[in-house]
Design a binder for this molecule. Structure first.
Ligand SMILES: Nc1ncnc2c1ncn2[C@@H]1O[C@H](COP(=O)(O)OP(=O)(O)O)[C@@H](O)[C@H]1O
Ligand SMILES: [Mg+2]
Length: 482
């Protein structure tokens, strides 16, 4: 069954059963009060009949006389309302009025109850004299006592039940109409309530449908502060995180695609060179005196390919945390001086000077080989992009570790180039380094290596002025020491 009908049914069942209970209670109550009123007025009639017609012999004796002429007037009056009455004296078998003896007898048991002072309320079937019809009467018997407390007479007053029933029916008819109207209102109200509820759920359903179709931009209005409102809020959170992970998947896919393209591109150049030379050799198109140079060129290109493959593997290993660091306290100045010496020849070719500017006591907590790899890459870049300049290596012990600065006064980079420097295969200007045989992997490897050390790396650079790399390594802690 559709939710809409479920809701409507639920609303209707609740409203209708409430109405039914109230209706039944109300009918019971009005029936009771109609009867109570009836009894009350019958009692009053009995009282006035007794007062007006029964004359006692003296204060303490029996009935002296029943004033019949008084009663005839009353009888006429009550006849219009179909009310009749009887006056019993003595033992209940003697009827003093009316003289025609059609009234029911009072049984012994009833008379005993009356003697105890109880007023009896009975229903009886009476055959009317004129048209011989039998109708049901409500009869009330009331006993009257003298001063001695002796029962002197009983007055019974009866009224046809139809009088009472007519009153009750009138009430029931009104109630039925109210009931019908209430059901009508309940149906309309539950229709709108159910529709409102279902519409709110429908909105969430539509949004969910859009999400399954790949539209992660759907957003539900926050709405009311109830369960459905909370569901909408949760739904928004869910789509937001779905969108985020979807974007991340796209980004990764894009990176993977770019990586494949870049790797292929990087490898094509040396492979094409080698292939060209090999073809030249095969068809003897290379003059004898150039052959040695060609073999050297092939060697250089092969080395470049090997380095490219190694760098790639290295990067992947570092990035997926597959390297283990063997960390010690290292004297930074000694390491820097060793690298400066190793790269001295390369620096002289560019007419550069490498300077190590730090105290002998600068210590750094790092993996020796990886630290060398970091510094080597940065200093090598410095030489590569600086002519007739200086590369200065500074180091300093700070409270929470060690700071290193490597500055050059070379060609520098624009803000845009600085932003991309840690990207794999990024080369700010591919033409200017074509001959140097670099792959664009150096800075990405440096970045990952500094991060696995728990350190930070920053670069400030301006075109034609130079570049400064700022590194920070944290000091040894108990936890890291493992
Ligand atoms: N000291 C520097 N001065 C100027 N540009 C630099 C410097 N270091 C790096 N770059 C720029 O960042 C790019 C990426 O460097 P890197 O990852 O080492 O790749 P590669 O050295 O293979 O070109 C370089 O191509 C260069 O454009
Ligand atoms: Mg480099």
């Amino acid at each position: 069954m559709k939710l809409f009908f479920q809701q409507m049914m639920a609303f209707l069942i609740v409203t209708l059963s409430t109405l039914l209970i109230i209706g039944l209670v109300f009918i019971q109550f009005t029936t009771d009060s109609v009867y109570r009123n009836k009894w009350h007025s019958l009692q009053e009639y009995a009282d006035s009949i007794f007062q007006q017609s029964v004359v006692l012999e003296n204060e303490s004796a029996d009935v002296k006389e029943v004033q019949v002429n008084q009663l005839q007037g009353i009888e006429k009056l009550l006849e219009n309302q179909h009310i009749h009455f009887t006056i019993y004296t003595m033992d209940g078998n003697t009827v003093s009025y009316p003289t025609r003896n059609t009234s029911p007898k009072i049984s012994k048991k009833q008379w005993e109850s009356l003697q105890k002072g109880e007023t009896l309320k009975l229903r009886s079937n009476v055959t009317l004299q004129d048209n011989k019809r039998s109708i049901t009467m409500t009869e009330m018997y009331k006993p009257y006592f003298n001063r001695e407390g002796e029962l002197v007479c009983v007055v019974s007053v009866g009224s046809p039940l139809s009088n009472v029933q007519a009153d009750i029916q009138k009430v029931q008819k009104n109630l039925l109409m109210t009931f019908g109207f209430a059901i009508f209102v309940a149906i309309i109200a539950s229709y709108f309530l159910s529709r409102y509820l279902v519409q709110r759920i429908q909105k969430i359903r539509e949004a969910a449908h859009k999400v399954t179709e790949g539209d992660f931009n759907v957003k539900l209005a926050p709405g009311r502060n109830d369960e459905i409102g909370e569901l909408s809020a949760d739904f928004n959170i869910m789509t937001a995180s779905l969108k985020e992970s979807n974007d991340e998947i796209k980004r990764q896919e894009e990176r993977r695609r770019a990586f494949m393209a870049d790797a292929a591109h990087e490898m094509r150049t040396p492979l094409t060179t080698i292939n060209g030379i090999l073809e030249g050799l095969e068809y003897d198109a290379i003059p004898e005196e150039d052959k040695e140079e060609s073999v050297h060129l092939m060697q250089r290109e092969t080395k470049r390919l090997i380095r490219l493959v190694n760098d790639n593997l290295d990067f992947e290993r570092i990035r997926t945390n597959k390297i283990s660091l063997n960390r010690h306290q290292i004297n930074l100045k000694q390491v820097a001086q060793r690298i400066a010496k190793q790269l001295g020849k390369k620096a002289r070719l560019e007419n550069d000077v490498i300077k190590v500017d730090m105290g002998n006591d600068v210590m750094i907590y790092a993996d020796t080989d990886r630290l060398v790899q970091i510094l080597f890459n940065i200093i090598q870049n410095g030489i590569q992009f600086t002519q007739n300049g200086h590369i200065v290596i500074r180091g300093q012990n700070v409270s929470d570790g060690t700071d290193i600065q490597i500055s050059d006064d070379g060609i520098g980079m624009t803000a845009d180039q600085v932003k991309n420097i840690w990207e794999r295969y990024y080369k700010a200007d591919s033409s200017r380094i074509q001959t140097k045989g670099e792959s664009g992997l150096g800075m990405s490897i440096v970045h990952e290596l500094v991060q696995v050390h728990g350190g930070k790396i920053d670069v400030v650079s301006s075109p034609e002025k130079g570049t400064t790399f700022k590194l920070h390594f944290p000091k040894q802690t108990k936890k890291l020491d493992g």
